[in-house]
Ligand binder design. Structure first.
Ligand SMILES: CCCCCC/C=C/CC(=O)SCCNC(=O)CCNC(=O)[C@H](O)C(C)(C)COP(=O)(O)OP(=O)(O)OC[C@H]1O[C@@H](n2cnc3c(N)ncnc32)[C@H](O)[C@@H]1OP(=O)(O)O
Length: 720
């Protein structure tokens, strides 16, 4: 894992642990023995540490965390590097991150390929750079820069790192050759002034001021997360304590994080990010064995807010778009809005003015569907109505070339029912973008009974091209996101009837870490949307909804949201919804006594007695109901694995990453507890049939020991 090569008077320790040269146990052993060997070898006068392949080590081996630690620890390896009597030069390329950068900070010199990047991403794993990174970096950069780099976890490019003093020299040619030349140039020079443990933090006197400012910032930016706070405490220690004591403090703070639920969730999320886009169909077709079609042009049907934002996703990566809207006035408005949104991106330095111009040059607005005959992919984004979508797909089927894929941005409708309107069901799929589509990272791609593997491969591939986190799910009512989230919405409203207020429910869920509580979300998207869907469904079923309606088809129903609609309280757009706003489209939500009156009078008129609802009940009723549905989603094969569900919740529904997602959260609560509480609520609310416990959950909960999350589907689904 570490090759020891001597070239003249230089020993080269070449780390060879693909793909990212993680500092696994064998690498640590190899580095330690390499340093010892070079120090004992009389012919060697300097030592170069370098990575083979694409990168210098990109960190500790994340898979080793959570397992019993194996010596030598990285700190021991690092201390041997720093103590070396012969100069040690770390030669960086690729991404020198985390433990990798720490190895470099133990070294006496650091040179780097000019295209390389460095950083301490540990905070994103709920950790801190625990091999003295928090006490060495401030000695090079000063406190403010170290606090920013370590608490953000951001990568720093090599020129910036040179400016901060992290690097000594940038290399544009052959890194190994240059490293050897550099090594020769420092032979015999004193080393103590190169040992960071011997150097003071230059602005130590100002540490309290920096600490207070940075703490306020991380508490605002990373609300609820403990790792950034521990990072800051450790950096403060670097300035206040003697080196050895600061190292001890860092080790204690690291250990606290390593064993935290947050770090476990964030490490799970790291691997879930990489596993979720790897799709597989029940037929065996998968990302490994299926080639995507080449998509060179796209048509977006419907130039409403959603369609316009979807168009932006494509044009900004250079894929030409035909935006079709039958009403010319709406079309012109949409084109203007798109221009303005892109202008906003220029202002925020996300794109250049030139990129905006290029994007707009490949966008064309049209009022006739006939124009889309030659595109490779169509994304339909019209009003959520099955009949309308079927009509559009039938027309598209006739107009589009046979190879074109026809996709719907439906958020709930069955893809199979849309596909039957065409003669190419294999080329029909769902591409469910989340609003605002040009900002939200998630793309829930949906396959139907007839969707072909190559269609799936293409929508997953195009999702990646437009920078989305794409997750594949099978069609069903609401797919994964809306199907599970419906339980949160239902329970939230039922709790209003039973005693809570919107701000109570939202506060509890936001304190839990959700980006927004369900009532703030409804106010943002507009309660008129849900009202229309409920009315349409009722009409289809021949049901008349009134304020007195408490059950529909035997299922509990609350008319409270309908009352809000009737009062014209559509949410932010009308300046009133579950909350009050200063004016229409204002963002700050204020609890509204009028809403309290509406709720109280609703309960009085229906004879519902109100009670105090404790925070734990709010969490359980919203999240456990969704989790139970998540297990049904797994047992039905709608989602292939729990990671897919969790990634959907993180990127589409604002679930806190530091809790992993609802399914990972369930694994931390314990499946027995979840199962027992689900049964309890099913007893209490038999008219909400979604509380009926999932078979998969019941089976997993019946094991005498907890079944690890990575075995949930493999172990039980096949046996159901
Ligand atoms: C008391 C003593 C305590 C000592 C404590 C020392 C503490 C050290 C803390 C750390 O170092 S924590 C780790 C810090 N480093 C990171 O977080 C980097 C994580 N990796 C990345 O950000 C990216 O992988 C990358 C390096 C930027 C490369 O990105 P790229 O898109 O090119 O590849 P990926 O698809 O992300 O990764 C490829 C492959 O490698 C796996 N992997 C990546 N990094 C690690 C790692 N650090 N450990 C284990 N595995 C890693 C990744 O999962 C992919 O694998 P797959 O099987 O193909 O999915």
């Amino acid at each position: 894992m570490v090759d020891y090569i001597v070239d003249g008077n230089i020993a080269v320790l070449e780390i060879n642990n693909p793909p990212v040269n993680a500092l696994s146990i064998h690498v640590r052993e190899g580095l330690l023995t390499g340093i010892q060997k070079a120090n004992q070898d009389g012919s060697v006068q300097a030592i170069v540490i370098i990575g083979k392949g694409s990168t210098f080590p990109s960190g500790a081996d994340i898979r080793e965390f959570g397992k019993p630690p194996k010596e030598p620890w990285l700190t021991a390896v690092g201390e041997a590097i720093e103590a070396s009597e012969k100069p040690v030069i770390s030669a960086l390329h690729g991404t020198a991150l985390g433990g990798g950068l720490e190895v470099a900070l133990f070294s006496h010199y650091r040179i780097a390929d000019e295209r390389s990047r460095v950083g301490f991403p540990e905070v994103k794993l709920g950790l801190l750079p625990g091999a003295q990174g928090t006490i060495r970096l401030p000695r090079l950069t000063g406190l403010a820069v170290a606090m920013r780099i370590i608490t953000s976890g951001d990568h720093i490019n090599a020129p910036e790192a040179l400016k901060y003093g992290i690097l000594d020299k940038l290399i544009s040619g052959n890194l190994l050759q240059e490293a050897k030349t550099f090594a020769k140039s420092v032979i015999g020079k004193p080393l103590d002034n190169r040992r960071l443990s011997k150097i003071a933090v230059r602005d130590a006197a100002t540490v309290d001021k920096h600490f207070d400012e940075a703490l306020a910032e991380v508490k605002r930016k990373y609300k609820g997360m403990i790792a950034p706070v521990n990072c800051l405490k450790s950096i403060r220690g670097s300035a206040k304590l003697p080196f050895v004591e600061a190292a001890r403090l860092e080790a204690a703070l690291f250990r606290e994080l390593l064993t935290s639920a947050q770090s476990a969730a964030l490490r799970y999320s790291f691997f879930a990010d990489r596993s979720a886009p790897r799709w597989k169909l029940p037929s065996g077709a998968s990302i490994e064995n299926t080639k995507p079609d080449i998509i060179k042009s796209v048509a977006v049907i419907g130039a409403g807010t959603m369609g316009s934002a979807i168009a932006i996703c494509f044009i900004r990566v250079g894929i030409p778009v035909l935006l079709v809207e039958q009403n010319d006035k709406l079309l012109q408005n949409a084109l203007k809005n798109i221009g303005q949104i892109l202008q906003g991106s220029v202002k925020l330095n996300r794109i250049t003015a030139d990129q905006r111009k290029q994007s707009l040059q490949i966008l064309r607005g049209e009022t006739s569907l006939d124009i889309v005959s030659d595109v490779d992919l169509v994304v339909e984004a019209v009003f959520e109505n099955l009949k309308l979508k079927q009509e559009i797909f039938a027309r598209l089927d006739k107009i589009c070339k046979p190879s074109a894929l026809l996709c719907s941005n439906t958020s709930t409708l069955d893809i199979d029912k849309i596909a039957v309107a065409t003669n190419r069901p294999g080329k029909v799929a769902g591409m469910h973008f989340f609003a605002p589509a040009h900002i939200m990272k998630l793309l829930e791609n949906v396959y139907g009974t007839h969707t072909s593997p190559s269609t799936v491969a293409t929508i997953m591939d195009i999702g990646k091209r437009i920078g989305k986190v794409s997750v594949l799910v099978r069609t069903c009512d609401g797919f994964v996101a809306n199907r599970m989230n419906r339980m949160v919405g239902n329970e939230a409203v039922f709790m209003l009837e039973e005693g809570a207020l919107p701000q109570d429910v939202d506060r509890v869920l936001e304190d839990f870490g959700m980006a927004m509580g369900p009532f703030r979300v409804t106010d943002l998207s507009g309660s008129d949307v849900g009202w229309r869907i409920r009315q349409e469904r009722a009409k289809e079923q021949g049901i008349q909804l009134t304020y007195e309606t408490r059950f529909v088809n035997g299922e509990r129903y609350s008319s409270l949201p309908d009352r809000l609609y009737e009062l014209g309280r559509y949410g932010q757009k009308t300046g009133k919804g579950w909350y009050r706003y200063e004016k229409p489209f204002a963002r700050t939500a204020y609890p509204d006594p009028e809403i309290t009156d509406v709720i109280n009078s609703h309960c009085r008129s229906l004879g519902i007695e109100r009670r105090v609802i404790p925070p734990q009940e709010i969490i359980e009723r919203c999240l456990f109901a969704a989790i139970n549905e998540g297990f049904k989603v797994l047992e039905e094969g709608v989602a292939e694995k729990p990671e897919n569900i969790d990634i959907i919740w993180q990127y589409g529904l604002g679930f806190p990453r530091y809790r992993g997602g609802p399914m990972f959260y369930a694994s931390q609560v314990g499946l027995k507890t979840i199962y027992e509480r689900v049964c309890y609520y099913y007893d209490a609310f038999p008219h909400s049939s979604y509380w009926a416990p999932s078979d998969l959950l019941r089976k997993l909960a019946s094991h005498s020991t907890e079944v690890p999350i990575d075995q949930w589907t493999s172990k039980e689904r096949s046996r159901l």
